[in-house]
Design a protein. Sequence first.
Length: 154
Amino acid sequence: MYKVVICDDERIIREGLKQAISWEDYHFHEVWLAKDGIEGLSLIREHQPDLVITDIRMPRMDGVELLEAIKDLPCQKIILSSYDDFEYMQAGIHHHVLDYLLKPIDSEQLNQRLAQFVPLAHEQKTTMTTTLPIFQSLMKLEYPDYYVNYVVQH
C-alpha cells in the first residue's frame, strides 16, 4: 500500500533500516534505497513514495537540497543525521518533516514515527482522492489552457 525511499550515503545504515524494520507491519510494500540525494531524487520521481527518509549530509546532493527538490510532493519526510546542529533542525522544520532522528538510529523511535505516519498517509490519500477530481473539473471549466499544461507536466 505504501512506498518508501531511504537515502543515506552509509550503506550499513541503508541496508540496516531496510532489514531492521518490519515494513509490512506499517503497510509498506516497496522500499527503495539510494546512496545520495541525486539517486534518491531519481527514485522519488520514478516511484512517487509516500515516505522519504533521508540523511542530512550526503555527497553530490545533501538532504536539505533533496527536501527542497521534493517540497511540493505529497509525501512525508524523516531526516536522519549524526548532527544535532540547530541549522539542520531548522531546515527540517522549514520542510515540514515528520521527525529529525539522530544517528545511531533508535529503532523503537523510528517505529513510533512509522506508526504516526500511517494515519497521516491515509488521510492524505483520502484527501487527494476526493479533492483531485473536483480540482480537475474546475480546471477544465475555468482554465482550460492551464489544465492542459498541468496534465502534460504531471
